[in-house]
Design a protein around this ligand. Structure first.
Ligand code: ATP
Ligand code: MG
Length: 300
């Protein structure tokens, strides 16, 4: 058996065949003392050691470290990423997943240096494991191809709308076209727009997560009051649709003969799909990349 690990900016998805682990937040921070005994025990389950220091990861990092999701480029090269990767492998092992073959995804824009660094980190944690690092849209394609093998004979474009990036790839007969991998901002682009739009109305700092929820729900809790932000949220969602539209335009310039458009990622629900060209949605929701990575790993 083999494992696919998709470390996204919002959450880590781990899949082995049919088995999917619960998504945990992709955050890590240095551990801190916890006095409350029951909570201290709970935190141990999400503590690991890296670089000679103890780190919290997942919900524990979110709660006790008030860790915010990484918004910076180069996430894959940080200590936090190394901790999250170690935690993900630990969770897979704990769930009894066989780790002989592992595939991991990185954003489309990540170059050879990033991929090599991620591959080395896997080898350091799992010596002897066959590991492969691919662009995240490759995972989406593998997922779709399992249901519709004809996509591997066609020219298709994949757009994965994640929290950090909207990752794009064009595939001709199952092969990624050189120069076709690019990334645009993901949901965070819309979060930035909504944050800006609310600055006047709701002074003070509102967290990334709060704004992200508001994008979807059109409400925000500000100074303990529930405020309707439907108009601003709609405009911010339109901004995300415009980013995807921009991706579509670029795809058409790069490869005018694209036959099918595949959308994936947790950000897809926020789009006004009426504005976009005809498309199909990858099965598996937020697990679409990890499902495909698990299939890619199985072939190693
Ligand atoms: N339960 C949830 N928790 C967090 N985000 C959610 C949830 N449900 C939907 N979302 C939305 O899905 C988006 C994240 O989608 P996804 O899981 O595809 O991103 P990611 O893979 O973590 O990010 P990236 O691929 O950019 O690194 C969030 O930005 C959020 O708007
Ligand atoms: Mg993703």
């Amino acid at each position: 058996m083999s494992v696919g690990i998709d470390i996204g900016r919002s959450g880590v998805k781990i899949v082995s065949g049919e088995k999917r682990l619960p998504i945990f937040p992709a955050v890590a921070c240095l551990a801190r003392p916890i006095d409350e005994p029951e909570e201290a025990v709970r935190a141990v389950a999400q503590t690991c050691e890296f670089g000679g220091r103890k780190w919290f990861w997942g919900e524990t990092a979110e709660i006790h470290g008030q860790a915010q999701p990484g918004n910076d480029p180069g996430f894959e090269m940080t200590d936090g990423y190394a901790v999250i990767l170690q935690a993900a492998i630990g969770q897979a092992r704990l769930a009894g997943m066989a780790l002989g073959r592992v595939a991991l995804g990185v954003p489309s824009e990540a170059g050879a240096i990033v991929r090599e660094s991620v591959a080395q980190r896997i080898s350091a944690i799992l010596p002897g494991t066959a590991a492969r690092v691919v662009a995240q849209p490759a995972g989406v394609l593998a997922t779709v191809a399992a249901q519709r093998p004809e996509v591997l004979q066609q020219t298709v474009a994949i757009i994965d709308v994640g929290r950090y990036s909207t990752d794009v790839a064009i595939s001709v007969r199952g092969r990624p076209v050189a120069g076709s991998l690019f990334s645009l901002p993901g949901v965070r682009g819309a979060v930035d727009v909504l944050t800006g739009a609310l600055r006047q109305r709701l002074p003070g700092t509102i967290s990334f997560e709060t704004i992200e929820v508001a994008l979807r729900e059109s409400f925000v809790v500000h100074r303990m009051q529930r405020v309707n932000v439907a108009k601003e949220a709609r405009q911010a969602r339109e901004h995300l649709t415009a980013i995807v539209d921009q991706a579509v335009a670029r795809i058409q310039t790069l490869q005018p003969d694209v036959e099918a458009l595949i959308l994936a990622g947790g950000g897809v629900d926020l789009l006004d799909s009426g504005i976009l060209p005809p498309h199909m949605r990858a099965p598996g929701g937020r697990y679409a990349v990890a499902d495909g990575l698990s299939r890619i790993a199985a072939r190693l």
